[in-house]
Design a protein around this ligand. Structure first.
Ligand SMILES: Cc1cc2nc3c(=O)[nH]c(=O)nc-3n(C[C@H](O)[C@H](O)[C@H](O)COP(=O)(O)O)c2cc1C
Length: 411
């Protein structure tokens, strides 16, 4: 499905959701009791204490199970994180986020980014900025990992900015059938794998607690997974998902070699693509196992399983979500994510849909059952640095709505 179709689809879904929510708001406003009390009671019918147990794995020692999801903010002019960016992350550390994942930060390839305000994870100036970020997070008692990223073949940024060289990907396709950059040579692939390794080594050298590889959402690594845009006939392509996983496996191996055995390596994956939400890489548990097992063997410690709505089952016949299946199939720790604590999902949020605080019960039910180890929260933490503290203290009436205006500032 071309990106434009997606946007039209998301806009109409957003409009529908908005109408439904305003109808719900009208119902709520007729309730006799104060709205804040009603919301608070709805959100905490179960105890949140289990989310506040510590978690330790290799280099990670977390005070609780709540992770700030990686969120691109584009507030780093020339790719250098500013003091405002450092203060934004520090506020999350001060307010008890267990693990902060940075926004996607791009590796050392000429066309790894389509936006000059997305932070780099290479070059002395940018790495000095990141050093201030991690020192600030640690000073406030937090733990943090950068999310290292190569966008692959992308649509140009709205600003019209273009990288110095054409975008690169497995076969140069931005969506199935539509060229948008260069197909990578074997040398390009080897250099890119090495650049991921260098970024991971820098993460460790700067003092970060772990590193996350962005392998989701239709960016470079995911473009290799996806048969629709990976048409290669060499060792990095093929008709099966394990064959197309070779690039990701090599990236994980390079990252592992760069950081050693005792540094935690996270890998973010999604079935869906921003280019087409309906794509599913693994259609059965067997296919998922064949996809994830080689990645686990290559050195992944934690699979970060990206869904837009965490409660959606991955396969028929079970209510397990993606993180639930990944944990069951690999035995590795997993992170779930997607509309935790909010009524609407994040793609619609880009179209202007606002979201209200929503119950945590279903999340807690799955967590208690042992489906996943950690829970990532995106927009709720983007707009409210105190979200975790409020949840722990049971101050649910103080939780805020998410509106798209929050995207414009670093609160
Ligand atoms: C403004 C914004 C930027 C995002 N940027 C990234 C990113 O850089 N890397 C990534 O893996 N996901 C990114 N995401 C997806 C989030 O990490 C998360 O998966 C998504 O927002 C769903 O979580 P939520 O419903 O709690 O917001 C972004 C989401 C938002 C709202």
């Amino acid at each position: 499905m071309p990106i434009l179709h997606d946007i039209a689809w998301a806009t109409s879904v957003a409009a529908l959701c908005w109408r439904r929510q305003s109808a719900q708001r009208k119902t709520v406003s007729r309730l006799p009791r104060p709205l804040s009390q009603t919301i608070a009671e709805a959100i905490v019918t179960m105890s949140v204490d289990i989310l506040f147990r510590p978690f330790a794995l290799k280099s990670l020692n977390l005070k609780n199970r709540i992770v700030m999801a990686p969120m691109t903010r584009s507030f780093s002019p020339g790719g250098v994180p500013t003091d405002d960016v450092a203060a934004y992350y520090r506020r999350r550390a001060e307010n008890e986020v267990g693990l902060i994942l940075s926004e996607g930060t791009v590796i050392d390839r000429p066309s790894s980014s389509n936006d000059p305000n997305v932070p780099r994870f290479h070059g002395e100036d940018a790495l000095a900025g990141w050093k201030r970020v991690i020192d600030g997070a640690h000073a406030a008692g937090g733990a943090m990992a950068p999310q290292i990223w190569h966008m692959g073949v992308m649509a140009p940024h709205l600003s019209g900015w273009m990288p110095p060289q054409p975008f690169e990907g497995p076969s140069g396709l931005v969506v199935p059938g539509k060229p948008g950059g260069n197909g990578m040579s074997e040398q390009d692939i080897a250099d890119t794998i090495a650049a991921f390794g260098r970024a991971a080594a820098d993460a460790k050298r700067l003092g970060f607690d772990a590193v996350e590889i962005h392998g989701a959402h239709g960016y470079l690594i995911d473009q290799f997974f996806w048969a629709g845009v990976n048409k290669r006939t060499d060792a990095f392509g093929g008709s099966t998902l394990p064959e197309r996983s070779r690039f990701a496996v090599e990236v994980v191996k390079a990252v592992r070699a760069a950081v050693g055995e005792n540094f935690a390596v996270l890998l973010r994956l999604s079935q869906w693509k921003q280019q087409d939400f309906a794509v599913r890489l693994a259609k059965t548990p067997e296919e998922m196992e064949a996809w994830l097992a080689p990645l686990a063997d290559a050195g992944v410690d934690i699979f970060h399983c990206s869904q837009r709505r965490f409660w959606q089952p991955e396969f028929e016949g079970s209510d397990l979500n993606f993180a639930g299946w990944a944990k069951k199939l690999t035995g590795k720790a997993t992170i779930t994510v997607g509309s935790v604590g909010l009524s609407g999902e994040f793609i619609a949020a880009f179209q202007g849909e606002s979201s209200q605080p929503s119950p945590l019960d279903e999340l807690l039910r799955r967590f208690e059952r042992g489906d996943f180890d950690l829970v990532a929260v995106g927009r709720a933490l983007l707009s409210d640095p105190q979200w975790v503290r409020k949840v722990r203290e049971g101050r649910m009436e103080a939780l805020r709505d998410f509106t798209k205006e929050a995207l414009a500032t670093l609160v």
